[in-house]
Design a protein around this ligand. Structure first.
Ligand SMILES: C[S@@+](CC[C@H](N)C(=O)[O-])C[C@H]1O[C@@H](n2cnc3c(N)ncnc32)[C@H](O)[C@@H]1O
Length: 191
């Protein structure tokens, strides 16, 4: 996921020492990276409904001196923050799982200061990606379960939810990892 984290960080243009919220933070690896980038004086909050994920997040150390990290067990649909508290809201691979993206987008809009920015990522349709399509078909065949929900959010539906919440200048941008360079054969010789 590292390339996708950097894509989020690039798009977010995080203000130094600002207040940043990572929604559906999971184990917090985007949260920690946001803290490293925002630097000393920043307030960086991670929020997730899953206590186990948050326990892992709390136990992980970030190399971000002077950053105040906080972790909140709550739903994005009803966040424990005041209006306009954050300069930026991030969410990596969370929006497609929210029970109501309309309500989630409204909450993100509420906690963001005027002029603040949201950057959220979600997978595109399985028909557009070979790796996850094959993995998903195998899971379905072997254990009778699949991860289809992770790939089911229509980008235009996402756009409509954010627009309805009051966001402006909404941009949908496909992002892909670069193909790894072809492996060079390694030769070992001994004598
Ligand atoms: C695929 S994980 C992504 C976690 C993390 N952002 C990452 O990139 O590793 C999706 C996360 O969304 C969280 N989630 C699902 N519904 C949520 C909700 N209503 N409010 C907050 N978090 C939610 C789950 O608990 C889970 O940690």
């Amino acid at each position: 996921m590292a390339p996708f984290i950097e894509a989020v960080i690039d798009r977010a243009a995080l203000p130094s020492g600002g207040a940043i919220l990572d929604v559906a933070c999971g184990t917090g690896f985007l949260t920690r990276r946001a803290g490293e980038v925002a630097g000393a004086g920043a307030r960086v909050a991670g929020l997730d409904v899953n206590a186990g994920m948050l326990a892992r997040a709390r136990a992980s150390q970030a190399s971000a001196p002077g950053v105040r990290f906080e972790w909140h067990e709550a739903s994005v649909l009803d966040m424990p923050f005041g209006d306009g508290e954050f300069d930026a809201v991030l969410s990596q691979q969370g929006v497609q799982f929210f029970p109501s993206l309309e309500r989630a987008a409204a909450e993100m809009h509420r906690v963001l200061r005027p002029g603040g920015r949201v950057v959220a990522t979600f997978w595109s349709d399985l028909s557009e990606q070979t790796f996850f399509r094959v993995q998903n078909e195998s899971l379905d065949r072997v254990i009778g379960q699949n991860m289809g929900e992770a790939f089911a959010l229509d980008p235009e539906q996402a756009r409509a939810c954010f627009a309805q919440a009051g966001f402006r200048d909404i941009e949908l941008r496909p992002s892909a990892t670069k193909k790894p360079a072809a492996k060079r054969p390694t030769t070992r010789a001994g004598r």
